[in-house]
Design a protein around this ligand. Structure first.
Ligand code: 13P
Ligand code: SF4
Length: 302
């Protein structure tokens, strides 16, 4: 039997669903029941009714799914797949920052550990960050963690009083202004869509700063037929599949997140056969506190 057929058979037998982020390898996206950005995945995970939720992404995403839907067994196929940016801040550092700024609210990017979410007032993803920042009480300053580049973008767009943790995504932080000018030369007149995890000096040279979900919506609605995509390469698969008549050029082939590329179809089969994967588990105290900041995000995103 073909590997994909066996995966489908076992999914049915075990009452399992597969969720995948748009940065996952194309062949993994093809096996998923739902593919989306961090926000879409959070919403979808909270609604899953199947017994097992196999999360193809990195650790903070599986943790978020578990926090939002603790009655399901959430499995991370590649337990060592983490997010280097999420690991740039720890509970001690955030507690010190809060103590030094007692009047500010803590807004944390979903790319963070459950411990950081538990210490935060509200979470956000890149797709709802502006909406959430605008809806927080205007008389309060904001401590934004852990991505200083997304934080800078939010501050520029909303005019909020903000301070940032000095974290960044190593994949998007590589993007240099010269990459943008080279892409413009290679594809004259083609719009560049950039992820707001990108440093400001490069981001402002692009045409639109959008989350991965925002890029999908933009490309589908646009009259243009070609786009340069300044984010992780996995999104090219998602975009190309949804828009077969349009062309998507990666800004650079260097935009690969190794943590997002640890899952393979064979590993998914191993998980379904009980030979691989880790069930996400958190202390009840952390899970309940982290849930408060995620629930607030969900309410403010509506
Ligand atoms: P979004 O899915 O919110 O666009 O975030 C991208 C990302 O870096 C996930 O790791
Ligand atoms: Fe983390 Fe960046 Fe990889 Fe996303 S792309 S998981 S932010 S390192």
């Amino acid at each position: 039997m073909q590997l994909n057929d066996r995966i489908a058979e076992l999914k049915k037998e075990k009452n399992a669903v597969i969720l995948a982020h748009t940065y996952q390898p194309g062949e993994v996206q093809e096996l998923a029941d739902y593919v989306g950005d961090s926000y879409g995945l959070s919403v979808e995970a909270s609604r899953v009714e199947a017994d097992i939720l196999i999360f193809c992404g990195v650790r903070f995403m599986g943790e978020t799914a578990h926090i939002l839907n603790p009655a399901r067994k959430v499995i991370l196929p590649a337990p060592s797949a983490g997010c280097p940016m999420a690991d740039m801040i720890d509970a001690k550092g955030l507690s010190e920052m809060k103590a030094a700024n007692p009047d500010k609210l803590v807004m944390c990017y979903v790319n963070s550990t459950a411990e950081i979410k538990a210490l935060s007032d509200v979470c956000c993803t890149s797709s709802n960050a502006l909406k959430i920042a605008k809806s927080l009480p205007q008389d309060k300053g904001i401590i934004f963690v852990p991505d200083r580049h997304l934080g800078t973008f939010i501050q520029e767009q909303t005019g909020r009083d903000m301070i940032f943790w000095d974290g960044s995504c190593p994949i998007h932080a590589q993007i240099e202004p010269s990459w943008i000018s080279e892409a413009r030369k290679a594809h004259p007149g083609v719009q560049i869509l950039v992820h707001p995890e990108t440093p400001r000096e490069s981001r402002i040279l692009c045409d639109h700063a959008l989350s991965t979900g925002g890029m999908c919506d933009f490309a589908a609605a646009s009259k243009d037929n070609e786009f340069i995509i300044a984010t992780e390469l996995g999104l090219i698969h998602t975009l190309q599949k949804a828009n077969p008549d349009k062309k998507f050029y990666p800004l650079s082939n260097k935009l690969v997140c190794p943590d997002m590329k640890m899952i393979t179809p064979q590993l998914l089969l191993d998980v379904l056969e009980g030979k691989a994967g880790e069930v996400v588990a958190l202390s009840e105290d952390v899970r309940v506190k982290a849930r408060v900041s995620l629930d607030r995000m969900m309410e403010l995103s509506l």
